[in-house]
Design a protein around this ligand. Structure first.
Ligand code: F6R
Length: 615
């Protein structure tokens, strides 16, 4: 969703701000803008609808001087994507400029009050309300900008990450956070960087401060960072080191981040297991399980909360935990769970899964679970994000920054962590034998090499994809562990190629979707050898009997399905419960190549945001 960048120091601000916005493009946006205090003290605001490149074009003949500035990419919530609604927003007098990520829920009431006091609004955004409110408080009470921000934020309900420039104090940027992420980078020369996540900061410094909810940070030239709250109490956030490398933020020769990330998966999964699986490859150590053994091993029930792809990983986690640990597991969409008055017991364990660690609905589900006394465990990728900070413990998936909007390596990272977690708990509960445990751990260590093998299908899939670009609808079928793989395959295709696709448990097809089948609709069936293999063959026959075109993902050497399906994609064999780690790869590639054939911008699909920080 919206991205925030800021800089104050000795360098020219404009190139840093533009590069920062480019780094945040992956989050999804529809307009962009920048505010800078020029060398002659003017507060200049420039905005453009569309891409950051459009903003650059617009700025070509403008004054972009100065070493203090803030910039923003906007993903429209209140008001259509146009230049007027784009950020930064000026205050009525033109003295302040403000950018905002989040939603001010009581903006309408505040706006009404301000209008009654004669303040005129240009846009229909909730953000403009905030900047007008701050200026109104500042001028009518003769307060400094920091005091005005503190008073204003007491009146505001909602989520925000904001940054403000005041042209009467050109040596200062003020920012604040409540439920929307904000990171301050501490530069070598006393300069400060500001961003929604660490990616725009990583090339300048590795020292960062992740602001907490309620924090207001004052970045002033030549001074140390000051962090206070709305009651002006000094806060002491820790300085952390980020381990993001520049290479992780570049495409590295691939045409799109998504393709790079698909191909990174074998190494990402090695990173995910590194230090957790012993050198003999037969034992797993997760410190979270050691530290919270009692809670996890004695859980009567586990509830998994997540959204989108992370929810699909949760469905696989359910099967892993139920079959290996014999603990009942429920998987909930965080957005439904948070409003459903669910029954949560104090001995429940709630596992929150999120790549970004900032998904608003998942954060709200965590909050609800904690209030009900449940123990909350996070499975997250982004280091230092809100979810790992708001859960009692957890496991990072360690797959590196995921820039492609369509999640790929985070999904397999999540499934790997859930596999390790299930194996650890099962071992502690003795619900599997030591031999089973060791064999499964050993097989997990072989998964990266098998993923490499699965990636060799790339050329075949590229060729197949050109045949299926015509499709208006696609069906994805799978059973057992492969049912969530079908859901995930369908989601990938929808997201980046805009082809309607549905994932279905293969046997359920007879209860409705079979009516859709004709020669125009490709049916992708995940039909690897497992205990439901024969059943899936029957499902393929049902599709073929109705003229459907079947593309089957099979275990290498499967002649039976080769003779039945129109096309087969062969995959290396593995244990049934790890099959999703292999079978999801060709489906990611398929979605990617179909989208490329259709000329779509794979890394920036329309209407989507990488990090969904509003509900
Ligand atoms: C799909 C995708 C989304 C996310 C969802 C949750 O490719 O990326 O469905 O999985 O928005 O995001 P996180 O995992 O960051 O909570």
């Amino acid at each position: 969703m919206c991205g925030i960048v800021g800089y104050i120091g000795q360098k020219k601000a404009y190139p840093i701000l533009i590069k920062g916005l480019q780094r945040l493009e992956y989050r999804g946006y529809d307009s962009a803008g920048v505010a800078m205090i020029s060398t002659n003290g003017n507060l200049n605001v420039y905005k453009a609808k569309g891409k950051v490149a459009d903003l650059e074009t617009f700025c070509e003949d403008k004054d972009v001087s100065g070493s203090v500035g803030i910039a923003h990419t906007r993903w429209a919530t209140h008001g259509e994507p146009n230049i007027t609604n784009a950020h930064p927003h000026y205050s009525a007098s033109g003295r302040l400029a403000l950018i905002h990520n989040g939603i001010i829920e009581n903006y309408a009431t505040i706006k009404e009050n301000l209008i009654a006091r004669g303040i005129h609004f240009k846009s229909v955004t909730d953000t403009e309300v905030l900047v007008q409110l701050i200026e109104h408080i500042m001028l009518s009470n003769d307060l400094c900008i920091l005091e005005a921000v503190q008073v204003a934020l007491h009146q505001v309900i909602g989520a925000y990450a904001i940054a403000i420039l005041d042209c009467e104090h050109p040596d200062t940027i003020i920012c604040a956070r409540q439920s929307s992420p904000l990171v301050v980078g501490l530069g070598e020369e006393g300069d400060f960087y500001l961003a929604s996540d660490a990616s725009p900061i990583a090339e300048y410094t590795d020292k960062v401060v992740y602001l907490n909810d309620g924090d207001i940070a004052v970045m002033q030239l030549g001074k140390d960072l000051i962090v206070v709250n709305t009651d002006n109490e000094t806060q002491h956030p820790k300085v952390k080191l980020i381990d993001v490398t520049l290479g992780q933020l570049e495409k590295g020769g691939y045409p799109f981040f998504m393709l790079k990330e698909i191909f990174e998966q074998p190494n990402c999964i090695r990173d995910c297991m590194r230090g957790r699986i012993n050198v003999e490859g037969n034992r797993i150590t997760l410190s979270a399980v050691i530290d919270y053994r009692e809670k996890l091993v004695n859980a009567h029930r586990i509830i998994i909360v997540a959204c989108g792809t992370s929810w699909h990983a949760g469905l696989i986690g359910k099967q892993l935990i139920e079959s290996l640990c014999r603990i009942p597991v429920e998987v909930e969409y965080a957005s439904e769970f948070r409003y459903r008055e669910p029954v949560i017991f104090h001995d429940d364990v709630v596992i929150a899964i999120s790549q970004s660690g900032e998904t608003a609905d998942t954060l709200a589900a965590i909050e609800l679970a904690r209030r009900s006394g449940a123990f909350v465990f996070g499975v997250c990728n982004a280091i230092g994000a809100s979810i790992p900070r708001q859960t009692q413990t957890g496991v990072y998936i360690h797959v590196g920054p995921e820039i492609g909007v369509a999640s790929t390596k985070a999904f397999t990272g999540q499934v790997t962590v859930l596999s390790m977690l299930a194996l650890c708990i099962a071992n502690e509960r003795c619900t599997i034998t030591d031999n089973q445990y060791k064999e499964m751990v050993a097989e997990l260590t072989r998964i990266p090499a098998k993923m490499e093998e699965a990636l060799t299908t790339n050329e075949q899939i590229e060729h197949l994809s050109s045949i299926f670009t015509y499709a208006k609808n696609c069906l994805y079928l799978g059973r057992g562990y492969n049912y969530p793989v079908a859901l995930e395959g369908a989601l990938k295709l929808k997201e980046i190629s805009y082809i309607h696709a549905e994932g279905y448990p293969a046997a359920e097809m007879k209860h409705g979707p079979i009516a859709l089948i004709d020669s125009e609709m490709p049916v992708f069936v995940i039909a690897t050898r497992d205990k439901l293999y024969e059943k899936v063959i029957s499902n393929i026959q049902e599709v073929r009997a109705r003229g459907g075109r079947v593309i089957a993902l099979v275990t290498r050497g499967d002649e039976q399905i080769r003779n039945l399906a129109n096309h087969v994609i062969e995959l290396p064999d593995t244990f049934e419960c790890f099959q999703p780690l292999i079978a999801s790869i060709p489906l990611q590639l398929l979605a990617y190549h179909i989208a490329v054939c259709k000329g779509k911008d794979v890394d920036r699909p329309r209407n989507l945001a990488k990090s969904v920080t509003v509900e």
